[in-house]
Design a protein around this ligand. Structure first.
Ligand SMILES: NC(=O)C1=CN([C@@H]2O[C@H](COP(=O)(O)OP(=O)(O)OC[C@H]3O[C@@H](n4cnc5c(N)ncnc54)[C@H](O)[C@@H]3O)[C@@H](O)[C@H]2O)C=CC1
Ligand SMILES: O=C(O)CCC(=O)C(=O)O
Length: 450
């Protein structure tokens, strides 16, 4: 469609060199063709042109002092993408690969993901090209304090509410909240993913991984199948991967892999969750140490990965759960998964499959839960944390988990019913994109030209 093509061409000129951002935009806009053709309102109101342009982008210097007394400088970002449905909401990523394109693609995805939750939250994302690996607690704290010295003026419990993402967990949220409180004097729910000692919600830590498995469960159950006995490949070894593995075990499946930036563990007998938590949550060491406790597992170092993809996906399994990072599953990986009899993919990470890999899944008509639907449990539970903070309540684990299950089921139903409405019942990419977009676009029209 020329309209969409022209929008993307213009975007590439006005926001040059942002490959990941274009990828995310193209995936969404491609799905929107049927709805744009039948609804002139969206074109008349230039919704597409507005929705691809962040409401605000903040970029700033983050200077901090390392343990040797040397001043280090990183680049910080917060992209406040769209507030049609509520305050900007989305995580902060600390990773050396962070740049404007990556934060923008994440913020763009967050708009539609947050809309799918059915909760009143807009889309935003942020982070820094800071590498927490190998840094002392003191260095992490000084970095977080300096990051907030700038960010504090842009965030607030009803304006913009950050949380964690890669490299940002409860420790970093603690240091950032402390500095925010010191600068503003406010003790409020400005972050989610907080410690349970001072305002955090039960289940938030587990929510993205648990939600991603609930989503897979609903996709399977809808077709009369279940997770029981299914062998599952999981990538990553962080927050999302660990709690995906935990929930897979709880629902009777057998997770057989995990990975980090040094390589992949394949454990035919099933990944040992206690060992994984000890390595990654307590000792924070590389995954090859898993072999010390489990010599029957296999470790495939990055240097031995296939040239056209990722060793995690080259093992035989029934289901795949990409939970590490963007573009970690290539077209070649997708073909191997399908050839090996994989019947479903549920994405814990954001945009982990390349566009060509997604095409392979859709053509093979396997169950495919795109990240913006399948991993929405994390941000949804963040909103439940905001609701508890605002009402000064604390809900039980079971209460929050129950709400999370309902939210994930509704996201699945919304995406699959929308896909059916547009004539492609198995295509949850189409269903999720249209369902999320419709909600944001209609709210934008009702709020006028802003
Ligand atoms: N934490 C959350 O609530 C949510 C996270 N996500 C997404 O889930 C993914 C994982 O995030 P978290 O588990 O929170 O982060 P984390 O920092 O706890 O763990 C990230 C994991 O991915 C691995 N990883 C990162 N880059 C890699 C690379 N280039 N190659 C191989 N492995 C790599 C790391 O070694 C680590 O094991 C990200 O895509 C994130 O955006 C999505 C929704 C919510
Ligand atoms: O919990 C949140 O606010 C954000 C989670 C997140 O960053 C994501 O959904 O990718």
């Amino acid at each position: 469609m020329t309209y969409i093509h022209n929008t993307i061409t213009k975007l590439k000129k006005t926001s040059p060199a942002q490959a990941e951002f274009y990828q995310a935009v193209e995936e969404v806009l491609d799905s929107l063709q049927p709805i744009l053709e039948t609804n002139e309102q969206y074109q008349l109101n230039s919704i597409i042109e507005r929705i691809v342009e962040p409401e605000r982008q903040i970029m700033f210097r983050v200077p901090w002092v390392d343990d040797q007394g040397k001043v280090q400088v990183n680049k910080g970002y917060r992209i406040e993408f769209n507030s049609a449905l509520g305050p900007y909401k989305g995580g902060l990523r600390f990773h050396p690969s962070v740049n404007a394109s990556i934060i923008k693609f994440l913020g763009f995805e967050q708009i539609f993901k947050n809309a799918l939750t059915g909760l009143p939250i807009g889309g935003g994302k942020g982070g820094a090209n800071f590498d927490p690996k190998g840094k002392s607690d003191g260095e992490i704290m000084r970095f977080c304090q300096s990051f907030i010295n700038e960010l504090y003026r842009h965030i607030g419990p009803t304006t913009d509410v950050p949380a964690g993402d890669i490299g940002v967990g409860a420790r970093e949220i603690g240091y950032m909240f402390g500095q925010y409180k010191r600068l503003t004097g406010n003790y409020d729910g400005v972050f989610t993913g907080k410690s349970l000692l001072w305002g955090g919600s039960l289940v938030r830590k587990e929510a993205t991984g648990y939600g991603c498995v609930y989503f897979a469960q609903y996709m399977l159950e809808d077709k009369g199948d279940s997770l029981v006995g299914k062998r599952c490949l999981v990538s990553g070894a962080g927050n999302v991967a660990i709690y995906t593995i935990e929930k897979l075990y709880q629902l009777g499946a057998i997770p057989v892999s995990c990975s980090d930036s040094s390589g992949t563990i394949y454990h035919e007998a099933g990944v040992n969750l206690d060992t994984l938590k000890d390595l990654k949550e307590v000792r924070k060491v590389r995954l090859n140490e898993y072999l010390t406790a489990h010599p029957d597992a296999k470790f495939i170092p990055i240097a031995e990965y296939p040239e056209d993809g990722n060793a995690v996906w080259r093992q035989p399994a029934d289901l795949a759960f990409p939970c590490a990072t963007q573009n970690e599953l290539s077209e070649a990986d997708a073909k191997v998964l399908v050839a090996n009899g994989c019947i479903g993919v549920s994405e814990g990470a954001n945009m982990p499959s390349t566009q060509d890999a997604v095409e392979v899944f859709l053509a093979a008509k396997i169950h495919y839960g795109p990240g913006k639907a399948a991993n929405a449990g994390g941000v949804a539970t963040s909103q439940l944390e905001m609701a508890q903070n605002a009402s000064m309540q604390r809900w039980s684990f079971e209460e929050v988990d129950e709400k999370l299950k309902v939210i994930m089921k509704n996201i699945y139903l919304n995406a699959s019913e929308t896909a059916a409405e547009f004539g492609e019942p198995h295509n949850l990419v189409l269903g999720a994109n249209i369902a999320g977009f419709r909600k944001v676009a209609d709210a934008m029209i009702e709020q006028g030209v802003v």
